[in-house]
Design a protein around this ligand. Structure first.
Ligand SMILES: NC(=O)c1ccc[n+]([C@@H]2O[C@H](COP(=O)([O-])OP(=O)(O)OC[C@H]3O[C@@H](n4cnc5c(N)ncnc54)[C@H](OP(=O)(O)O)[C@@H]3O)[C@@H](O)[C@H]2O)c1
Length: 336
């Protein structure tokens, strides 16, 4: 049972990550053994290796947060009918999905009912980004068809899912990206207005909205100028939800907007959503998202897949800016 293991926090991943042969899997009563079909590399995984994430690595640390696979064995207290089922593996940052097989507690998997035709790479990405997009869209402001929302990092996977889910709900999207190629991608996806970041971003967003206002702004850069530009077109009392900090800065809303206009700044974290959402509700959300994946409605672009052996190339590829899509490990040949 080979897996990728982190041996030191921080430093060059070429030196700190290696492919190791694990021990024969031992299942505690509540565990399941899952054969991993695919597992993405997310920004959070890279932050985790640096010690810059909510959870800290315990060395040697098995890596990889989410993925999809099939249950091959279950522990004594686990429903035997799970054996053979395709399941999502939810992130724990304790067990690692960049592995041929993984032992996880049964409460960290979600059985899927989709057919074998569903795209395994897209399913592997379901636990984190699509659930994040759905929560960003539905859990903060009660949006109605015809409302506008704004988002930056719009060409990211999260951006793809937000735009797709918003379109389905009749909600209009004002998408901010930082380069023209990304603008083309997001326009093709169906964003209602697309603006490339520039010094006059606030004016250009206002012009694109043509007198209308945003009801919700989803902010992933924490660049104070991008946030201020979105906030300028947010309705009074509107909400900004921070979901990422691509520039590494602290999120901020101009003080006049906070005090005089009642703008609300909130933040989202997927591990808290997983922890705080009742298992039945979680199952319902993932079933709904998996169906959209199966129908080909919900998808994020994939730029490349790698074997576990090629982890150095995979991890440096995932850290590259201006990708056209996500990077995933495919530890074994996925079943069709
Ligand atoms: N809060 C949560 O629970 C949660 C959940 C899921 C994801 N996230 C975060 O959401 C972000 C998107 O995740 P993803 O998997 O969808 O990412 P992704 O598909 O890998 O895309 C990365 C995005 O970040 C942009 N970007 C990178 N550095 C930037 C910078 N300095 N300024 C502006 N834009 C920058 C990229 O733009 P280019 O294409 O132009 O390089 C691209 O749009 C990540 O930061 C991730 O950690 C948070």
């Amino acid at each position: 049972m080979r897996h990728l293991s982190l041996t030191a926090v921080g430093g060059d991943l070429n030196d700190t990550v290696s492919l190791v042969e694990g021990r024969e899997p031992v299942l505690a009563p509540g565990d399941v053994l899952v054969e991993v079909d695919a597992a993405p590399v997310n920004n959070a995984d890279l932050l985790f290796t640096m010690g810059w994430f909510a959870a800290q690595p315990r060395l040697p640390q098995a890596l990889g947060a989410e993925g999809v696979g099939r249950v091959v064995r279950v522990g004594d207290d686990v429903d035997r009918s799970l054996t053979g089922r395709r399941v999502l593996i939810l992130p724990t940052f304790v067990q690692g999905t960049w592995a041929e097989q993984i032992v996880v507690p049964a409460h960290s998997i979600v059985p899927l009912s989709v057919t074998d035709e569903a795209d395994v790479l897209q399913l592997a990405m379901l636990p984190v980004n699509p659930a994040t997009a759905r929560a960003l869209l539905h859990d903060y402001v009660a949006l109605r068809p015809g409302d506008w929302i704004g988002l930056n990092l719009a060409n990211s996977a999260v951006g793809h899912y937000v735009i797709t889910l918003a379109k389905q709900a009749g909600i209009k999207t004002l998408a901010v990206v930082r380069r023209e190629e990304a603008a083309k991608q997001v326009r093709a996806l169906g964003a209602d207005a697309v603006v490339v970041d520039s010094p006059e971003l606030g004016e250009r967003i206002a012009a694109a909205l043509n007198g209308e206002h945003l009801r919700l702004a989803l902010e992933g850069t924490t660049d104070p100028e991008q946030t201020a530009a979105l906030v300028r077109s947010l309705e009074d009392g509107g909400t900004v939800v921070t979901f990422a900090a691509a520039t590494g800065q602290a999120p901020s809303v101009p003080v006049g907007d906070l005090i005089y206009r009642g703008i609300v700044l909130r933040a989202f974290f997927i591990l808290n959503w997983i922890r705080d959402t009742a298992p039945e509700k979680r199952q319902e959300v993932y079933a709904e998202l998996a169906t959209l994946v199966e129908q080909g409605v919900l998808k994020a672009p994939v730029e490349a897949t790698y074997s576990l052996q090629d982890h150095q190339a995979a991890l440096s590829h995932a850290a590259r800016p201006e990708r056209t899509g996500k990077i995933l490990f495919v530890p074994r040949n996925p079943r069709s």
